[in-house]
Write a protein that binds this ligand. Structure first.
Ligand SMILES: [Zn+2]
Length: 362
């Protein structure tokens, strides 16, 4: 039973992370990408075009001939929306490992095609630590089974996934997410979020949130989570890049104590719209992060790529999972971000994010 009155287990940065190959001391995680998708099926986002030539592209495999079109119509290419080739994804993840990477947090929930045996194969072949998640994505992805469940039942399922194993298997989830939130939040999404808080209170696990596409969304979500008793310093507000453009508004969110995640590094096209806020480029992301560090929030910042479609993979001419280490970190240094702050963003903050008490589930 999940009991919301139970005090959450005390978690320190010296805890363990649940990975798909077992528990790992958080001091061993190295550089962590806290928000990625390596095996995922976003087919529910598919939008069929009406133009006959575009219809042909929409249903074809990605080639050099149609890649330019896919870059600007990424929800209209079926092939683009699915990452399922384990062998090819091993090669993609190796680039991160070669660049100095240590751990990938794979935030794909079951309802978006989570592939646990594939994640084990990826971890074994690359030597990376891979953390799997338990979560409920956007309403449109939710199964009828999940929609019929109460918050309590959703929370109990998440507790089982974290303490015993996902879906009755032996792989334990290491984080709750990615919790999909639309703008405005739907009834089913709110119910799932309340379940996530119950699971957090029972296990100490962090919750990673995909907020609605509106600058007011993070604040409203934090109010809701706070009213449920969530540990706000173990909440990640993701996708801040496309959600909050103003420094003062980012500071207001940061004052809650939550993690501030800029997880769309490498996405630089202002022609792919994510709601009312223009997508910034990496230079703007770095400026926003530098300003937050200056304002004293360096212990809360996380960075990642949220790669979820083929056009962002290196095989398809994209930026790939090594982009932050290969290209962004040197730019951050040029921008005056210190080695101390870099280490916090890449290593220490995500270690705290993933730290669970070794006694969880034992
Ligand atoms: Zn994501």
């Amino acid at each position: 039973m999940v009991n919301s009155a139970t005090a959450a287990p005390v978690v320190t940065a010296e805890g363990v992370a649940h990975t798909v190959r077992g528990d790992v001391a958080t001091s061993e995680l190295g550089v962590v990408l806290p928000h990625e998708h390596v095996l995922i099926d976003l087919g529910k986002f598919f939008e069929e075009p009406t133009d006959p030539i575009e219809k042909g592209y929409a249903n074809a495999a990605i080639t050099l001939e149609n890649l330019g079109w896919v870059r600007f119509h990424h929800r209209q290419s079926r092939d683009n929306l699915v990452l399922s080739d384990v062998q090819s994804q091993i090669e993609e993840l190796r680039l991160f490992k070669l660049a100095g990477g240590g751990t990938v947090v794979e935030l794909t929930p079951a309802c978006a095609g989570q592939d646990l045996s594939g994640l084990v194969a990826l971890a074994e072949a690359t030597g990376l630590h891979v953390v799997a998640s338990t979560g409920v994505y956007l309403d449109e992805f939710q199964t009828e089974l999940t929609r019929a469940m109460s918050s309590q039942q959703i929370g109990e399922r998440m507790v089982r996934d974290i303490t015993q194993g996902i879906d009755g298997g032996e792989i334990r989830a290491g984080i709750i997410g990615e919790m999909g939130c639309s703008w405005p939040l739907t009834v089913n999404e709110e119910k799932a979020l309340r379940g996530a808080v119950l699971a957090q209170l029972a296990t100490g696990a962090s919750i990673s949130i995909h907020p609605g596409r509106h600058p007011d969304a993070p604040g409203l979500l934090l109010d809701l989570l706070s009213s449920c008793g969530a540990q706000l310093d173990r909440i990640v507000i993701g996708h801040l890049d496309r959600t909050i453009p103003e420094h003062e508004d980012l500071v207001a969110v940061g004052r809650s104590g939550c993690f501030l995640e800029f997880d769309l590094f490498g996405q630089e096209s202002s022609h792919v719209r994510y709601g009312p806020v223009d997508l910034p480029n990496d230079a703007t992301r770095i400026s926003r992060i530098a300003a937050l560090i200056d304002a004293g929030f360096e212990d809360q910042i996380l960075v990642s790529h949220d790669i979820a479609v083929k056009k962002w993979l290196s095989h398809y001419g994209g930026h790939g999972y090594d982009h932050i280490l290969t290209r962004v970190v040197p730019r951050m240094k040029e921008h005056g971000i210190s080695d101390v702050a870099l280490r916090k963003m890449l290593v220490t903050n995500p270690a705290r994010l993933l730290a669970l008490s070794p006694s969880v589930g034992h």
